[in-house]
Design a protein around this ligand. Sequence first.
Ligand SMILES: Nc1ncnc2c1ncn2[C@@H]1O[C@H](COP(=O)(O)OP(=O)(O)OP(=O)(O)O)[C@@H](O)[C@H]1O
Ligand SMILES: [Mg+2]
Length: 393
Amino acid sequence: MSKELIRLRNVSMAFDDELVLNNINLYINDKEFLTLLGPSGCGKTTTLRMIGGFATPTSGDVLFDGVRINDVPPHQRQINTVFQKYALFPHLNVFENIAFGLRMQRRPDPADPRKKTKIPEEEIRERVIEMLEIISLKGFENRRPDALSGGQQQRVAIARALVNKPKVLLLDEPLGALDLKLRKDMQIELKRIQQQVGITFIYVTHDQEEALTMSDTIVVMDKGSIQQIGTPEDIYNEPKNAFVADFIGESNILDGVMHEDYVVEFFNRKFKCLDKGFAPMESVDVVIRPEDIDIVPQEKGQLRGTVTSVTFKGVHYDTIVDFKGFKWLIQTTDYHPEGETIGIVLNPDDIHIMRKSEYSGMFGDYSSYSEEYEEIGGFDGAEEAAREAGHEE
Ligand SMILES: Nc1ncnc2c1ncn2[C@@H]1O[C@H](COP(=O)(O)OP(=O)(O)OP(=O)(O)O)[C@@H](O)[C@H]1O
Ligand SMILES: [Mg+2]
């Protein structure tokens, strides 16, 4: 898992003087499931095409096993690609679709290595059957593509790309054409196939949930640059900037000031947090995930606000709460009706601090900020808040 297989070193790509990839540095380990995630136009497909050999970087290097492969054509790389439009051959059955690449192949003849020979029919049969087992489509070998569901067709496309035993499979939004339920099934199926075959998958999507479900490593991109590389947990729990925090799930993002290590101020009050290493009084972005916020009776809250809308989402309610003009999204399984005044409690690990970036102020705001925030509690949390609230009454 830890051996490096592919590296992009200082890779940039320009089309007509327009920079679409800006100094990409990335390595991909053998047997890793790595996902390039980002909005439309951020450069995901271009990155994948450079790894596959369909595009050459304007500057920088693509390395495979430590060897520069910038100029190696696609068919000489140990890399195969599955595209979103996975055109299967309509006139060939499932077996022949998968066998196609093997039938085309010529390799040195064991009897006379100077000569090239076809792969024997028996071996083709074995390898196709093995693939059918991997994609759970045994018994389907005689079906034509038009007699398969979308998900089954996609699995055949994957088998066709895997049968040549590449070291790396590139997948560019391969589930884009499928409906939501099928997509979710196929996500699990793809992950299983990757683990069973034991090769590297480089996967492109703009769907954050898909990336979180399948990946060992996620590379978040925007505007031709890598914003963050990490495990799904890293990316979700420790986003580097407001772009990542917003792109991966819902986030309330507030302006804050780091007073000292582990102490942040926002909404005119101080909170304990787990972050350190900032300059004294450094301005920061504070991320609070909607599902981390505990709603408590108003007199027990560190902050107090009024519910302005509630939307039932199946598992939870999306509850918008107005804290004197600044609206937060809170996700809770308890129903709090519109108009109710509630309290909230934030524990230190519910608060995540990010450095200011070019994305500060652009995301994570469920309304506009108001200065007139009413402070109801002290630094030490709920009990003190409750005591103070008691004084007011
Ligand atoms: N051959 C090309 N000539 C000119 N510009 C291109 C070319 N290919 C890509 N681009 C531009 O490069 C940028 C990145 O494109 P790319 O296809 O890599 O984005 P993407 O992240 O895959 O987006 P999507 O999610 O929409 O597929 C875009 O602005 C696109 O218009
Ligand atoms: Mg693309």
